[in-house]
Design a protein around this ligand. Structure first.
Ligand code: PEP
Ligand code: MG
Length: 762
């Protein structure tokens, strides 16, 4: 037969039979009880489209065979159904014709199904899912079995494993005396498939056997439709089953242990999104609740608690074990205690690299940023949104994974870092080439990052260590000092405090590498706002330090050059801490200089930070540094890309303002496809990075290059960083598992395609 294939014919080609058709052939071959039938192929569809003629001769002889096979005649002991079967799944988009009793209706039904490839629904579905419109569909003609024939009949759908937990064993629904349509339409409520076990144990055993066979063949969890007719089981359809993140991991690991798939396959099967969802608390059935407002999904996970607008109050409430959500227009280093005490943070301003976003992500706390619709009145201690007034003390729920805010306290589900997750990630570690380090600023954060499997710290932001009140007052004393003696005294205090921090950090690391970044914050950020201070001296200093564009102002190495004593103090503190801890264990510490644009800056810093013997690296976060990479390697021991500032620079978008002002509109209008502060912009920022990597490695093949911007923990970005040949990514603790998984997937993909990693070129 040229363009019509019987299920018993030796053809499993999806491009001819479509998905469903090919699976029916496979199931028939496996010896499963499939009602017999045949496929009018995609080849026939193509001919029909041009000529409007069907291969009637082939269809007639297939029908003749079908009648012989079933012992009936069409309309007399044999009814057939006609369904579509495309090579890509388009669920429910095309037509189905049931209960066909005569040849004429069967001709016309086949045409109807083939023509439905072009119905509006299908066309729209293809457009949305970018499915080519010229692929076409096959039509399946199959003997019907009747789940409503008698008391020993019924129909059901099972998964071969539990799709929400991954537990082995069939799981699903069964309805006695019903047809598939009754199940799908929801007109009757089915019972659990165990009903079938009690009613017809033999049939149930056959179903279990079929499930096993299908899994072994497809090497994946299956979603199977079946019908029982007068006590006889028929399998109607199978496909890979949809599953939760938890199930995806458990199934992948179990299947390796059962010898069904390899470790590489298991690593490839779990999606970054699935793993991410697993590592945080989540709202139970979020679809049952209407959100009150929406903002940027800045740090994943869900939290509920009473609304509070005041830092002191948040701290007091947390001390009484009350759950609390801190709501502020934005946050600053001053708010750190409140953020630490809160269960989650909601801001009406600021983007994905704002203070609130970075700090909460590092703490593993849910956060929604830039929820512009929320109008916060700090004096009245309330916010207004969509006609609701939410006063302090009222309960809300925030979902930092989606950016949705809800009124009231919704039920939450715990995160699951199961033994299976740990096992899967340990396999991933065996495949990846990219190192995965943590962005962590304190010993506690490092402890947490270690539980997620970090291999060191790629970025320790020292300005974060000044956040605690004692430290904040020390740095303020330095900024406000009016005499050299006062200045020296304040610096000495800071040196001691920093040393204590570094000692604790080195001990926690136990010899793992750490890159400490010298101070990178405009000084005015350490002072209260002008309005918040009654002290006229402080007011004046705030005014003096104020800048129009602080993000591109007096920060980073620029501050190091004008105030070398700060960097000097930091390097001394690091050196002393290193000497102390080295009495007990090895210390592997390097120092990194932020915001560099030229070799001269590095030489200046090196001169003023003499004799430390520490490795010196450059943060590659200005456009000029990337363009001068070939020169910077002569002074630097390593590079680390700061993709947050680099994105800001390449786009000329302020990372503090862009998301709250116009990025949302850009994304909605499709002017930009992705938020560049979230997903690395391969074509712009990436090009610049590739240029820098090329010029650096041209002269120093073995130069260590990392990425420590927020992109280092985002799945698509990590896959890209693998291809440009950097040595490691560094990200906040809770994003480490995703980075480990994706780095492995990128390496496996590269091996499968057998192409070498994209060699970067300018
Ligand atoms: C960066 O700019 O990418 C970076 C990691 O530094 P920060 O976010 O502290 O500016
Ligand atoms: Mg930076």
């Amino acid at each position: 037969m040229a363009s019509v294939y019987r299920f018993v014919d030796d053809c499993e080609d999806k491009s001819l039979l479509g998905n469903k058709g090919a699976n029916l052939v496979i199931m028939t071959k496996l010896g499963l009880p499939v009602p017999p039938g045949f496929v009018v192929s995609i080849e026939a569809y193509v001919a029909y489209k041009g000529s409007r003629h069907l291969p009637t001769h082939d269809i007639d002889s297939a029908l003749e065979w079908l009648e012989k096979e079933t012992g009936g005649k069409l309309g007399d002991g044999l009814l057939v159904s006609v369904r579509s079967s495309a090579a890509v799944s388009m669920p429910g988009m095309m037509d189905t014709v049931l209960n066909i009793k005569d040849k004429a209706s069967m001709m016309s039904a086949i045409k109807k199904v083939l023509d439905s490839w072009d119905n509006l629904r299908a066309v729209e579905y293809r457009r949305l899912n970018r499915i080519p419109s010229d692929m076409g569909t096959a039509a399946i003609v199959q003997a019907m079995v009747m789940g409503n024939k008698d008391k020993r009949s019924g129909t059901g759908v099972i998964f071969t494993r539990n799709p929400s937990t991954g537990e082995p064993g069939i799981f699903g629904e069964y309805m006695n005396q019903a047809q598939g349509e009754d199940l799908v339409s929801g007109t009757k409520t089915p019972g659990p498939v165990s009903d079938l076990r009690s009613a017809m144990p033999k049939v149930y055993a056959k179903l279990e056997e079929a499930a096993q066979k299908l899994e072994t063949h497809f090497q994946d969890m299956q979603d199977v439709e079946f019908t029982v007719e007068s006590g006889k089981l028929y399998v109607l359809q199978t496909r890979s089953g949809k599953r939760s993140g938890q199930a995806a991991v458990r199934i992948a690991v179990d299947m390796v242990n059962q010898g069904l798939i390899t470790r590489e396959e298991a690593v490839m099967r779990v999606k970054a999104e699935e793993l991410k969802a697993l590592l945080h608390k989540r709202i139970k059935s979020p679809e049952e609740h209407a959100p009150l407002a929406h903002g940027l999904n800045a740090a994943p996970g869900a939290a509920c608690g009473k609304v509070s607008f005041k830092i002191g109050e948040v701290v007091r409430m947390a001390e009484k074990s009350e759950r609390v959500i801190l709501v502020r227009p934005d946050t600053s280093p001053d708010d750190i205690q409140g953020i630490a005490a809160a269960d989650g943070v909601l801001t009406s301003r600021g983007g994905l690299t704002s203070h609130a976003a970075i700090v909460t992500r590092a703490m593993g706390k849910p956060c929604i940023c830039g929820a512009e619709e929320i109008k916060i009145d700090l004096d009245a201690e309330q916010f207004e949104v969509a006609g609701h007034v939410v006063k302090k003390g009222m309960e809300i729920t925030i979902d930092g994974t989606t950016g949705n805010v809800y009124l009231g306290s919704l039920p939450l589900e715990e995160a699951d870092v199961t033994a299976e997750v740990a096992e899967l990630l340990s396999w991933a570690d065996g495949f990846r080439r990219l190192g995965v380090r943590a962005n962590a600023d304190t010993a506690e954060m490092i402890r947490l990052a270690k539980t997620f499997g970090c291999e060191g710290v790629g970025l320790c932001r020292t300005e974060r260590q000044f956040n605690a009140p004692e430290r904040l007052s020390a740095i303020r004393a330095f900024i406000m000092a009016s005499t050299a003696a006062e200045r020296m005294e304040a610096l000495e205090r800071l040196r001691q405090l920093q040393k204590e921090d570094f000692v604790a950090i080195f001990r926690e690391l136990q010899g793992m590498p750490i890159i400490i970044r010298l101070l990178d914050l405009p000084l005015h950020e350490f002072l209260p706002s002008e309005a918040d201070t009654p002290d006229p001296r402080v007011k004046e200093r705030v005014r003096e330090l104020r800048e129009i564009n602080p993000m591109i102002g007096h920060r980073g190495v620029r501050l190091g050059v004008t105030n070398p004593e700060i960097y000097q103090m930091q390097v001394e503190a690091i050196g002393e801490a290193k000497a102390e801890v080295e009495q007990e264990m090895p210390v592997n510490v390097s120092v990194m200089v932020p915001q560099v644009i030229t070799v001269q800056e590095l030489l200046w810093v090196k001169k003023h930070v003499k004799g430390s013997g520490l490795r010196f690296g450059v943060m590659m976060e200005t456009v000029r540094a990337c363009m001068r990479a070939g020169k910077l390697i002569h002074v630097a021991d390593f590079f680390s890309f700061g993709t947050n500032d680099l994105t800001q620079a390449v786009y000329s978008f302020s990372r503090e303002d862009a998301e709250k002002k116009f990025l949302g509109t850009y994304l909605r209008l499709g002017i930009l496809q992705d938020n560049p502060f979230e997903v690395i912009d391969v074509k712009g920022v990436g090009r610049l990075m590739e240029t820098a990597v090329f010029w650096a490695r041209r002269n120093r093949r073995d130069l260590e290059i990392g990425v420590c911007g927020e992109h280092g923990g985002e799945a698509r970005s990590v896959a890209y960083f693998h291809t440009i040949g950097v040595n490691y990514v560094s990200c906040s603790a809770f994003r480490i598992p995703v980075a480990r998984l994706v780095a492995a997937q990128a390496a496996i993909e590269e091996k499968m395609e057998k192409t070498p990693a994209a060699i970067s070129s300018p």
